[in-house]
Design a protein around this ligand. Structure first.
Ligand code: UD1
Length: 455
């Protein structure tokens, strides 16, 4: 299937393509400047948020990703009109033709469940299939559902579909005080979007504080929503009757930026990144500095990295402003090559340490104990065939491969394509040697493949 985006359309059918792997020639030195794309997680939530508005919305700085295409397909299935031109995406939600996106589309990415809040707020009814678990955990949606129920929705789950309705004649949710048992990003976003069109005031306590939540709130505010406190753990939303059209730029992707910082540190290279919002990277920068890497904010929206001798450190993943779970695998790659011992504790997702086995194939000394990885730094990783187990693990294997001695080949590239905009081109621009090849070609030397590509 070829998805809706005509510009840079991506062929999503994997069955007909030869299996491809990413071949990386290691021990590379990187150098130069890299451009950071718009934030995937902001863009996905904001795309869902366009359902709230009957006028056309224009989103800028949209990254080129399979997940974005999938979200576009979900919105298309609801009757929305989408038009993409480069990194600009226009979405017109004047007519919503159905309240039920099909399971085949929703099951492709969890963020598509986020349409439930705005659909319910706009139409008074939503029928959204449960997205199911994913590579990193079961990922329930109970907090989303409880939030909508607190605002007066009647919700039942039958045959894998969440049926949500607003009872009564005025078709509006009611403002409510909602305490989240856990500061879930998705649940905060669902409730925030639903509350923008509710009657009265909604207060979310123990709300997620992630920059992507703030971006979504700013997008809604730009459409005329009344929201205070986004970025703190209490968000207050005073419902309005309708929202208006907007032209909105998405924030830079802090996880992509963090991944490039790790790529620079692990290859002992001086690189710089822009645009970035350095405050969004505070926990990542703090850990990199603790490990011996110098990071300088030498120009507005720009970060430069000066490598140093790497020392181990301990990391615990937590909701923002704690250390992001989405950077855990990349930091593990770096700690594997740092002097001394380190412990990583994953507290956000229950199944997000599967990359340990892959790093071990590359010579890392890591032991798993429940949700903890105990890492003894080694002086060298060696290239090996490895499998990407989830999105961020795929990027972590790429950075490990850049540093390793010899050739690393990574399978499971559909994970990488979900969330990194042109990662390979961007790395090649910095001097990395890497090439996507069919499995049969994995034995060809770098020069031959690069020549073949030129032809
Ligand atoms: C978002 C990000 C994801 C990131 C994660 C944590 C998007 C599209 N994805 O995912 O990249 O890793 O935040 O920063 O923005 N939970 C429940 N019940 C719920 C909802 C969540 O128990 O109703 C649990 C989850 O299972 C998980 C934890 O809460 O253990 C955190 O999940 P959450 O913050 O909701 O993450 P997502 O919004 O799914």
């Amino acid at each position: 299937m070829v998805c809706f985006l005509e510009d840079r359309a991506i062929n999503l059918s994997t069955e007909t393509q030869p299996p491809s792997v990413l071949k990386i020639w290691g021990e590379t030195q990187l150098n130069g400047q890299v451009t950071i794309s718009g934030a995937k997680n902001s863009a996905l939530a904001i795309m869902a948020g366009t359902l709230l508005c009957a006028d056309e919305c224009r989103l800028r700085n949209i990254p080129s990703l399979v997940d974005i295409n999938h979200m576009g397909d979900v919105l298309n299935s609801l009757g929305l009109k989408l038009n993409r031109n480069g990194d600009t995406l226009e979405i017109n939600a004047q007519e919503i033709t159905t309240s039920k996106p099909p399971y085949e589309l929703v099951s492709r990415l969890r963020a598509s469940f986020f349409v439930i809040g705005p659909l319910l707020a706009r139409l008074g009814v939503a029928r959204v299939p449960l997205p199911g678990g994913c590579a990193i955990g079961a990922r329930p949606v109970d907090l989303h559902v409880r939030g909508l129920e607190a605002m007066g929705a009647k919700v039942r789950i039958e045959h894998g579909i969440v049926y949500a309705d607003i009872p009564g004649s005025n078709n509006r949710l009611q403002g409510a005080e909602i305490y989240l048992d856990y500061p879930s990003v998705g649940a905060t976003e669902t409730i925030l979007m639903a509350a923008t069109l509710a009657e009265g005031e909604t207060r979310i306590e123990n709300a997620a504080r992630e920059p992507e939540v703030v971006d979504l709130a700013n997008f809604c505010i730009a459409m005329g929503a009344k929201i205070q406190g986004a970025g703190t753990n209490t968000i207050t939303i005073s419902g309005v009757k309708s929202l208006h059209s907007v032209d909105y730029p998405i924030i830079p992707d802090r996880i992509e930026a963090g991944t490039f910082l790790v790529a620079g540190a692990i290859t002992h290279s001086e690189i710089s990144l822009s645009p970035v919002v350095p405050e969004h990277l505070t926990p990542v920068i703090a850990k990199l500095r603790a490990m011996g890497v110098k990071i300088i904010a030498d120009a507005p929206n720009c970060l430069s990295l000066i490598p140093g001798t790497l020392h181990g450190t301990d990391i615990e993943t937590l909701p923002y402003p704690g250390f992001p779970t989405d950077m855990q695998a990349q930091l593990m790659a770096l700690l594997a090559l740092s002097e001394g011992d380190s412990v990583i504790t994953e507290t956000v997702f229950e199944n997000r340490l599967r990359h340990v086995a892959e790093f071990k194939r590359m010579g890392a000394d890591i032991r798993l104990k429940g949700q903890q990885a105990i890492i003894r730094g080694v002086s060298m990783l060696t290239g090996a065939p490895v499998v990407a187990t989830d999105l961020r693990a795929s990027a972590a294997l790429v950075v490990a491969g850049l540093a390793a001695k010899g050739i690393t080949t990574i399978q499971g590239l559909h994970h990488l394509d979900r969330g990194y905009d042109n990662l390979e081109d961007k790395l090649r621009g910095l001097g990395a040697k890497l090439q996507r090849v069919s499995i049969e070609e994995t034995d060809l030397p770098a020069e031959e493949l690069i020549e073949a590509e030129k032809r």
